[in-house]
Design a protein around this ligand. Sequence first.
Ligand code: HMG
Length: 414
Amino acid sequence: MKQQVGIEAITVAVPRRYIDLEDLARARGVDPAKFTQGLGGLEMAVAEPGEDSAALAASAAAQLIRSRKVDPVRIGMLVVGTETGVDHSKAVASYVQGMLKLPPTMRTFDCQHACYGGTAALNAVSEWIASGAGADRVGIVICSDIARYGLNTAGEPTQGAGAVAMLVSANPELLALDLGVSGTFSMDVHDFWRPLGRREAVVDGHYSIQCYLDAVSGSYRGWRTRALARDLIRAGGLPSEQLARILYHVPFCKMAKKAHAQLRRCDLEDRSGKPLDQTAEAEETPRAAASFEAQVAPSLGLSARVGNVYTGSLYLSLASLLQREAAGLAGKRIGLFSYGSGCVSEFFSGVVGARATQVIASAELDRVLSERERIGIAEYERIINLPPDQPAAAPTPPGGFRYQGTKEFRRTYA
Ligand code: HMG
């Protein structure tokens, strides 16, 4: 039998504090419904001093290793996807290695391409295992970011922060990847970027939505062709409806709804060979809404409460979905869409494992969220206005890590 490769376990670390998006809307003089219904968010994580992308990454990975009792000598690769690293040269992966005292025999590096960096890391590790080069070892992929657009900007309610760590192995108890069956789509565009030296991203918001939707069509069509050729799906009906659930990169929850409508439009237009006319559009709108509720909405719970975590966003959706529905999804195929501005995207798929319910329980996602503290907008603004690289002011939580300061250009963590 062909070797299975994929995600064996997943854990999440989020900042200790968050704001309520209705509080933010009121402070900005905006109708709260714009943020909660128009963008689909409820809460937004706020990274406080000490919670940089390396500290969050190490906190998520520490829980992964602890909860799965991973023997560190079995870890052959540690790859971090991030677009908000802490050094122009030194990898976040090296900082994590140091904080967790992981062995020197690992291959460690970071992957960067906006929010796609986590998927690039997952591909690197899963292909390493599938090639046989891993030789019975496992890999750890961490996606860790802090999304910042700045106060009083259109992007402000779509910020967030957090890290997702994944154990990738030949024992994919959560999700066995359909390796070799993916569609990719990329373009050279300025939809969202962060010039050197800037902490806040520059974004052409509405254009970025269009780039994302073009990428959905391009990468989904590539996946569909390969999935049909490999008999993962059948011709006839809507191919996208044969996927039990579809996960998207979630910069804000409404984006997943737009993406899903686009994906269905691809199926419908390609089947009829022409763009939808007015009658077909009118028939499709309620069907797309119902399909979104069934196929996509169950994965959005964590994103609505944490915000955009950039590289980890798609995998936060995976954790969210499995927490809610793993039992009913065992043995079923789901689709995943990863997007990174600039831009590159990939549509891929995998089959949920029979032990996913037990494995996701060990991530203790309810505890991770319930331990957070809600803060007001004045405190959020104070934190955002602090100069960069502030050391932790609050004590480091048990099992977690915080940035403690820089001595002679050397960052220290505890
Ligand atoms: P905006 O222009 O202020 O918002 O910013 P809007 O006017 O477009 O309104 C947003 C939605 O709220 C609309 O819904 C309104 O109708 C609705 P839609 O028409 O789109 O369905 N609305 C209301 N609903 C209910 N009650 C109301 C109300 N008022 C309005 N009273 C924008 C929106 C997303 C542009 C902004 O937040 C932004 O720039 N965000 C950052 C960019 C972004 O997230 N882009 C997403 C695609 S690119 C991507 O995903 C990559 C990324 O993750 C980075 C990476 O790859 O590293 C960002």
